[in-house]
Design a protein around this ligand. Structure first.
Ligand SMILES: CC(C)(COP(=O)(O)OP(=O)(O)OC[C@H]1O[C@@H](n2cnc3c(N)ncnc32)[C@H](O)[C@@H]1OP(=O)(O)O)[C@@H](O)C(=O)NCCC(=O)NCCS
Length: 228
């Protein structure tokens, strides 16, 4: 079993949560125009520092993330904590912030608010042909939820590999919403194997998933969403 810890938080922006931001993080914090974006960012980095401090014994002030993109060298890559065998991933959407943590394996997490986006149009950019057929066959009222379930599973995978939206989601074929989450097929340069996928419990109106690059079954301990 591979232990995987998932922590949920609601966005907040308390002074103590900003205490250990490094210079780059402070700059980014200042650049966010909207208070909600500042809060989601601060909450995520605070969650990550607290959990990584507990996992490694490092004081939160000594936790410095690298975000170098392996493809172009710019600082928009997956945040990592160098020198430690613990990997983490952060995601935020509306009123949810989530951190996932694993020791000895690479991890990705994604949460998506089930918004009223144009699901038909987005499905062409996100879903593989067999997934689109399944979505189309769903009762119309279930399609929004179904689409976001697919989306969060795929984005969790691409956040684990660090590709993010730079790799095509249509190249990934995952199991249908409502069925145990698993990768059925994955073509292209971003594809990895073995990989484990699981759905999380983000509360009503959200979809969330975690992906871990391992062949070991996952043992997920997930904190409840505060107040949900
Ligand atoms: C990663 C990405 C998918 C996040 O999308 P999103 O839906 O807006 O946001 P989420 O809330 O789910 O995730 C954001 C968090 O993912 C993490 N993250 C950022 N880039 C990441 C990457 N490449 N891989 C994995 N995680 C990443 C960060 O922790 C970020 O939150 P924070 O900066 O506030 O701490 C998107 O920003 C992306 O595709 N980035 C990479 C783009 C890229 O690499 N382009 C050019 C390549 S040369």
């Amino acid at each position: 079993m591979l232990q995987c810890a998932v922590h949920w938080a609601l966005p907040a922006n308390e002074p103590h949560m900003r205490e250990h931001l490094d210079d780059g993080e402070r700059e980014r914090y200042e650049r966010f125009l909207r208070a909600e974006d500042k809060a989601r960012f601060v909450t995520g980095r605070h969650l990550a520092r607290s959990a990584l401090s507990a996992a490694t014994g490092l004081p939160p002030a000594d936790i410095r993330f690298t975000t170098e993109c392996p493809h172009c060298g710019a600082s928009h890559g997956k945040p990592r904590l160098p020198g430690h065998d613990v990997d983490f991933s952060l995601s935020h959407s509306e009123d949810r912030v989530v951190l996932a943590l694993a020791e000895g394996a690479v991890i990705g997490v994604d949460v998506e608010r089930e918004s009223d986006r144009d699901v038909e149009r987005l499905a062409r950019m996100v879903l593989a042909p067999p997934e689109r057929e399944i979505l189309t066959a769903m009762p119309p009222d279930d399609r929004k939820r179904g689409f976001h379930a697919y989306w969060s599973r795929k984005e969790a995978l691409l956040k684990a590999t660090g590709h993010g939206l730079a790799a095509p989601m249509t190249a990934i074929h995952v199991s249908a919403p409502g069925e145990p989450a698993e990768v059925l097929a994955w073509d292209g340069d971003a594809a990895v194997s073995p990989v484990r996928l699981a759905d999380l419990s983000p509360g009503a109106g959200y979809a969330a998933s975690v992906a871990v690059l391992t062949d070991r079954p996952l043992k997920i301990s997930e904190s409840p969403v505060p107040g949900a």
